[in-house]
Design a protein around this ligand. Structure first.
Ligand code: AMP
Ligand code: MG
Length: 338
């Protein structure tokens, strides 16, 4: 299959492909998504094939207007309405009991569905033009860092999908916050651009799922299947160092060798004697979120790198989302240095 690279002006071609059972990578403000008609089980199954995604990992359904949620869910409780009014359009996914129209391929056999209204204008226009909700997980090969540019998608998906709609670089750079309203209190399953504090200020108490910051025991049932998989990992081994910037610099300089690299803040590059990859400023967690996946992909391009020491980000606010992705990229390997 030849994968077409479509520009913004070719949105109608993307809509046509989606209406006719095709798979198209689309830009959103979080990361690029791999989209298909959410009501067409066969089209959705092609997403799993292209990504190599385990069939038990459900997909997020994207809509272009809040009214479209009613055809997807069996209930729309007050807390969910409050969240949607406040944070939509934007990087928040809510999980609710699903309607009968959702095929099992989308919900991976669960009785629930995840829904999001993205703020990216091109994404919303495309959903409107296609006239159908779009099921779309991140447009990367399963396990690899999520794509934040059309070029990243091409690296992973060339020849496997119908088209890529190029909408530039994603502004948030990490996947959406995922909250389930099927527990009481609601549970944050995946941190993202909307923070725990923002959610709590809207609907009161929100639980933090164990899998957000810690490794879950494989035998334990997890609410969000995606959180049990190793994710976002480059080929090199990543080890997080939880310490001050000074200690980090000192530690990696002592490990100096050809196959060692550092994933560090912009400000520290000049003090580090091994190869460096940066993921933004220590003062700017939003920039860290936006840059992290690109940095992980850059590491993959350098075959000489075997071990990467990564400076641990702050875990508060959007920093919690940055840490959640980085700790998975590291397979939960964290060294604490006093
Ligand atoms: P992705 O779209 O690749 O960013 O992954 C979507 C994330 O949302 C994964 O971690 C899924 O496991 C999670 N998810 C999607 N639908 C549900 C659902 N119905 N219940 C729990 N988690 C879900
Ligand atoms: Mg993903």
């Amino acid at each position: 299959m030849q994968t077409k690279l479509l520009s913004e002006r070719e949105i109608d071609k993307a809509a046509f492909l989606l209406k006719n059972g095709g798979v198209v990578a689309i830009p959103t403000e979080t990361v690029y998504g791999l989209a298909a008609n959410a009501f067409d089980g066969l089209a959705v199954s092609k997403i799993f094939c292209a990504k190599g995604r385990p069939m038990d990992n459900p997909l997020i359904v994207h809509i272009s207007d809040i009214q479209e949620i009613y055809q997807l869910v069996a209930e729309f409780p007050v807390k969910a309405q409050k969240l949607c009014r406040k944070f939509w359009p934007g990087p928040l996914t809510i999980i609710l009991p699903k309607s009968k129209k959702i095929p099992r391929e989308v919900s991976a056999g669960l009785e629930t569905v995840a829904v999001r209204l993205p703020s990216h204008k091109l994404a919303r226009n495309l959903i409107k033009k296609a006239g159908i909700p779009l099921a779309a997980p991140s447009a990367n090969i399963s396990g690899k860092p999520s794509p934040t540019t059309a070029l990243h998608v091409l690296e992973d998906m060339d020849g496997k999908i119908d088209a890529i709609l190029d909408g530039g670089t994603c502004s948030v750079g990490l996947e959406s916050t995922v909250i389930t309203l099927t527990t009481n209190p609601p549970t944050l399953l995946r941190p993202g651009g909307v923070t725990l504090k923002q959610l709590e200020s809207e609907i009161g108490e929100v639980d933090l799922d164990d899998a957000v910051l810690k490794k879950v025991d494989n035998s334990k049932k997890v609410i969000s299947p995606g959180m049990k998989y190793k994710h976002y990992a480059p080929n090199a081994k990543v080890i997080i160092l939880e310490c001050s910037r000074e200690k980090f610099i000192d530690y990696v300089n002592h490990k100096s060798s050809e196959n060692v690299a550092a994933l560090c803040y912009n400000e520290d590059v000049n003090f580090i004697q091994v190869k460096t990859f940066t993921y933004g400023s220590y003062k700017n967690p939003e920039l860290q979120a936006k840059t992290l996946f690109d940095a992980l992909r850059e590491i993959d391009k350098d075959e000489s790198v075997e071990i990467v020491y990564a400076i641990c980000p702050s875990k508060s606010g959007i920093g919690m989302a940055v840490y959640n992705r980085l700790v998975r990229a590291a397979g939960f390997e964290v060294l604490y240095i006093e």
